[in-house]
Design a protein around this ligand. Structure first.
Ligand code: ZN
Length: 248
């Protein structure tokens, strides 16, 4: 299966061709009990009581539920807890691989090339899941169905994007001095001229936005660059900020 076919089946035909259709369990508003017809497909206001109805889909059970804000918050918290934990685990494995990098092509060619291939796959998947965990909490519902890292970042609340960027600026050696007051007062062209990267996170996500598909199918397009340390830094920023904002 090619990249494009894979992307199509996993993203646009939510549920897939071979899975049974998703069934709405109860079409009644979870606040006032009045049946909603047509039933909400995503977050929308009840036509009777005006309260915001959230939806939750259980992909395994093939069932969809209408939820109150409180119920949706609970579901999102539980789901995102696993997601951020998975991102952390993948980052840990990637670090482990890096610590074994002493293998040379001469001593073990398969392991050597496997490590080069595996690290980008692990780290880009971890970033994708971590950004989706953020979206899950912010929306009290499902994240966007895309693997595009920049699209996921752009889907976050703008205040979150700025918090994450500020953290990245402080950590990234390429941009730490963009935080200096003298740089803040310049316009974006002048900032560029001085090499002050104001959006290091957006930049690294943009240059690796399709890493998920690219690195899994490297044989189709073998020229690829992956800035392991920048991506690892970005992942750390996203996870740390998540812990600060959502730990409960
Ligand atoms: Zn209602």
């Amino acid at each position: 299966m090619s990249k494009d076919q894979d992307r199509k089946t996993s993203e646009t035909t939510s549920g897939g061709k071979h899975k049974p259709p998703i069934v709405l369990v109860d079409p009644a508003c979870p606040y006032c009990g009045v049946v909603q017809d047509p039933s909400p497909k995503q977050r929308e206001k009840c036509r009777d009581c005006g309260q915001v109805i959230y939806t939750y889909t259980d992909q395994e059970e093939r069932k969809r539920y209408l939820l109150t804000a409180e119920q949706a918050e609970r579901e999102a918290r539980e789901q995102a807890f696993w997601m951020i934990d998975n991102a952390r685990s993948l980052q840990r494995v990637a670090k482990e691989l890096q610590s074994n990098e002493s293998k040379s092509p001469e001593s073990d060619l398969l392991l050597f090339s496997g490590q080069i291939l595996a690290q980008p796959i692990l780290l880009s998947l971890a970033i994708e899941i971590a950004l989706k965990a953020w979206q899950c909490r912010e929306r009290k519902g499902e994240p966007e169905k895309t693997h595009d890292l920049l699209e996921l970042f752009n889907g976050l609340e703008s205040s979150t994007q700025e918090i994450l960027e500020a953290k990245m600026r402080k950590r990234s050696p390429h941009s730490v001095w963009a935080e200096e007051p003298s740089m803040q007062n310049l316009n974006s062209d002048q900032q560029d001229m001085w090499g002050a990267r104001m959006h290091p996170l957006r930049d690294v996500l943009r240059s690796h936005c399709d890493a998920h598909t690219h690195w899994r199918f490297l044989y189709e397009r073998p020229s690829a660059q992956f800035e392991t340390s920048e991506i690892d830094r970005a992942l750390t920023v996203i996870i740390e900020a998540y812990d600060e904002r959502w730990s409960d």
